[in-house]
Design a binder for this molecule. Structure first.
Ligand SMILES: *Cc1c(COP(=O)(O)O)cnc(C)c1O
Length: 824
């Protein structure tokens, strides 16, 4: 139960004190002065002023956890999509208003200063953003927790459009350093790679010694994570790779100065750049090295901390340490912990395995077969020869004991469950390794978790009943409401307690105002004001003029065929066509807004971006319809842009093919901010509909069972193409040069893909999708009904607080409790 005492943070200093602190840092930390300072310098001075509180919190929290010898969780993730930190830190410390007033006193606007911060985009999309929301919640719930990842020099690429096509530019988030990170050279680790394994016999017992061909240094950078209220400040520890000094020294002495330098450049490439793939594994050696590099460094770090407190007796290791694998990217941590325990610490296999399984839990994020990670056995053998042996041993014991006991003599089941996929090129299945090496496996929404049990690991679910569980994803209401939607936050605070960012179920209290005319008016006025702000952003970024009186229909997420941005496009083309056929076609004006990056190697995704941009160009410049239909593709979708768009959205497009979107979190952010979900029965859309009520969302399309039935019957897209005149007309439209004047055929590939293959069944859902849009249109014309539905959405979304997700992990998976840091 929520406590009675307010969790809203109290300011710990006055406006004047904060102002003085900023000026002090401007002069003494930045070496400049008020008259000369750039906005960037002011930004850094404000960061430094905030950090006085943050760093103190880090120390207090660390001391408490060490003194209490608390059980800790380690969240291993190859991605953390943090976005900007200043506004979040100010809100969580209760300093936002203080800082705002202090800057005003200095003749500056805090909002402008916040804009100077680069996004920390060390992730691709939902998976990385989930990790960011989760570490916010772990700090807020006072959990002793460390996020572990990679300190990429370049995060996700910056997206530009050139003649409608995506161009990727390097991300330079820390070109001149980042205000929030602290380098901790004293905690560096060494990571081994390549080489060979020797079997040594002492006293008749065989022991394995790995002679690495290369070693890297892992340097930790700590990003403080301020919990709401500012009491606990955890850290996100990101590893940077550097050449091993000793290795360089040898080459240097033998006259190989340039070679030595080349070696260090190669070592530094390990943390150089984030792989920009979302839902598609890269399969490249460097990626495997990245995965191992940060897994090994993190385990060594956990082991170092344990031994500092407990010496060499490892009996309490698994009682004090939980490790969560965010997808299979850090799965190599499982054989790594086995290697450390058996080869380095001299534990028996059985003891080490029991400890390893007690330590790890694994979160599955996808069922898409193409997204399930596999590594060529040959590659693992080359990069991590000892780990391959350990994987063989894990597999042999699993198949010969556990599987053989359950299904005696059944080679079919063994083939299916083996970590090693047989074939001309043997592959290591990282999902199998993760599930076998963990005590608990979770999916990320109810339907997804059911499909993990039913379709992905049915035998493992039978073998270990209860091992497969659900933890529905969540989002932090601090970033995704309090900080990004100050107008709505103020309205909420006026009507219910001010601690709703901590206890989101208090939003329930808004339900009683859902039919209140005055409240509706205020709520809709806020949406309108947020849209007016967005109108300016759209103008600035794209030079397109839109009206805040139109419906803002928003689809923001990575570009992927399964997410079906092209279904949205086909419907836009249909509306355009209707308006051309009948200029009086009755519809409320609409602005369709897209934001999406495509993986640089994903051809169809890039074709879809190009097609949307070309259709937009034509529609936006067609004087016949321009007041009714606009299409805006905002470049470089990222967290800071999402924070501007989400408060301004009327409609949330969540239109993946049923069964393909594991959860989605964009759907939660938008619904919390009062956008009406237009979605399929997929991922967390189902739970949003359940919470907000079916009548307050617009659901369309096939459900999972329909998809399966159609697949079994044999899906033929041509039937749908020929069976619907409007659908046929818009698809044919893509073939000529209507949208690409003088250059026919540039969009033909999108049509061909849909008519000949349509792997994500866009065409069968088209008709139902168009009808759903009609429902949106008529609902919007009834402003009272719309306001009511939007308010009920905001009031009903407490379930999707990431604090609830993390409380579930803590209760049912990590079995741990919060340990509040000592107050100052
Ligand atoms: C929330 C978020 C996502 C995830 O969006 P989905 O619609 O759930 O795929 C991706 N990118 C950014 C920048 C986000 O903030």
């Amino acid at each position: 139960m929520p406590s009675k005492t307010s969790a809203a943070p109290k300011p710990q200093l006055t406006v004047k004190q904060f102002q003085d602190s900023v000026v002090k840092h401007l002069r003494s930390t930045l070496g400049t002065y008020e008259e000369k300072a750039s906005k960037q310098a002011w930004n850094q001075a404000v960061s430094a002023a905030i950090n006085e509180f943050v760093f103190d919190g880090v120390s207090r929290t660390r001391k408490t956890h060490a003194a209490k010898d608390a059980r800790a969780v380690h969240y291993l993730s190859l991605e953390f999509l943090m976005g900007r930190l200043m506004s979040n830190n100010l809100h969580n410390l209760g300093l936002y208003d203080i800082a705002d007033q202090a800057m005003a006193k200095l003749g500056l606007n805090l909002a402008d200063i916040l804009e100077e911060e680069s996004d920390m985009a060390l992730g691709n999309g939902g998976l990385g953003r989930l990790a960011a929301c989760f570490i916010d919640s772990m700090a807020t719930l006072n959990l002793p927790a460390v996020g572990y990842g990679i300190h990429y020099e370049h995060g996700l690429f910056r997206q530009e459009f050139f003649k409608g096509r995506q161009v990727e530019r390097p991300d330079e988030w820390r070109e001149f350093g980042s205000a929030w990170e602290i380098c901790r050279p004293e905690s560096q680790q060494t990571v081994k790679l390549y080489g060979y394994v020797e079997t040594v016999y002492d006293n008749g017992a065989a022991r394995k010694v790995w002679h690495p061909g290369r070693t890297l240094r892992a340097i930790p950078w700590d990003i403080p994570i301020v919990g709401y209220g500012g009491r606990n400040v955890n850290v996100l520890r990101l590893w940077e790779s550097r050449a091993d000094k000793f290795f360089d020294w040898d080459v240097f002495n033998s006259g190989g100065y340039v070679d030595a330098y080349a070696e260090s450049v190669q070592a530094e490439t390990v943390s150089k750049v984030l792989y920009p793939n979302d839902e598609t594994p890269a399969g490249k050696e460097l990626r495997l090295v990245q995965q191992y590099f940060f897994s090994a460094a993190s385990i060594a770090d956990v082991m170092r901390r344990y031994k500092a407190a407990h010496g060499d007796d490892l009996t309490k290791f698994a009682d004090l340490n939980a490790m969560q694998l965010n997808d299979t990217h850090p799965a190599i941590a499982i054989p790594e912990l086995m290697r450390v325990l058996v080869d380095e610490e001299g534990l028996s296999w059985d003891k080490a395995w029991a400890m390893t399984r007690q330590t790890f839990a694994y979160t599955n994020h996808t069922l898409l077969p193409e997204a399930l990670e596999k590594w060529p056995l040959k590659l693992i053998e080359k990069v991590l020869p000892r780990h391959l042996e350990i994987i063989f041993e894990i597999n042999a014991r699993f198949l010969n004991d556990e599987v053989e006991n359950k299904w005696p003599g059944n080679d079919g089941v063994k083939r299916k469950l083996s970590i090693i996929e047989e074939g001309s090129d043997q592959m290591i299945r990282m999902g199998h390794l993760s599930a076998i090496g963990s005590h608990t496996v979770n999916g990320v929404a109810q339907i997804h978790s059911e499909l993990v049990k039913k379709d992905l690991f049915p035998e493992l679910n039978e073998l270990w009943p209860g091992k497969f569980v659900n933890v529905t994803n969540g989002i932090t209401p601090r970033r995704w409401m309090k900080a990004c939607n100050p107008r709505l936050s103020t309205l909420i605070e006026k009507h219910i307690d001010d601690d709703w960012p901590r206890y989101l179920d208090k939003l329930e209290g808004l339900k009683k105002f859902a039919d209140d005319a005055e409240f509706q008016k205020e709520y809709m006025a806020i949406k309108h004001a947020n849209k007016e702000d967005m109108v300016k952003v759209i103008k600035e970024l794209t030079d397109i003029d839109v009206s805040a009186d139109a419906i803002f229909d928003v689809q923001i997420k990575r570009l992927h065929e399964y997410k079906r941005q092209h279904l949205n496009l086909l419907h836009i083309m249909a509306l355009y066509r209707r308006l051309l056929i009948d200029p009086n076609y009755d519809m409320h004006p609409r602005v369709f807004i897209f934001g999406a990056k495509a993986a640089p190697g994903y051809k169809m995704a890039k074709d879809i971006i190009f097609a949307i941009n070309k259709v937009a160009e034509k529609v936006n410049n067609d004087p016949r319809i321009k007041d009714k239909l606009k299409v805006v593709f905002l470049p470089n979708y990222r967290v800071s842009l999402a924070e501007k768009l989400i408060p301004a959205a009327d409609v949330s497009e969540q239109i993946s093919l049923a069964g393909k979107e594991a959860s989605g979190t964009g759907n939660m952010k938008l619904a919390l901010n009062g956008a009406i979900t237009l979605g399929t029965m997929d991922g967390a859309n189902i739970e949003i509909a359940e919470e907000a009520g079916r009548e307050n969302v617009v659901i369309f399309g096939m459900e999972v069972d329909d998809v399966v039935a159609l697949q079994e019957k044999g899906y033929n897209p041509g039937d749908y193409y020929r069976g619907n005149d409007e659908l046929k007309a818009v698809l044919d439209w893509l073939e000529g040069d209507f949208f690409t004047p003088g250059e026919p055929g540039l969009l033909a590939e999108v049509k061909r893909n849909l008519v000949e293959q349509d792997p994500f069944m866009v065409l069968p859902d088209f008709e139902s999708y168009c009808e759903a849009h009609q429902k949106i249109d008529s609902l919007y014309r009834d402003q009272k009904a719309w306001a009511r539905a939007a308010i009920i959405n905001t009031a009903s979304l407490a379930k999707f607080n990431s604090d609830r997700s993390i409380a579930d992990y803590a209760d049912y998976i990590w079995h741990m409790k919060g340990v509040p840091a000592a107050a100052k």
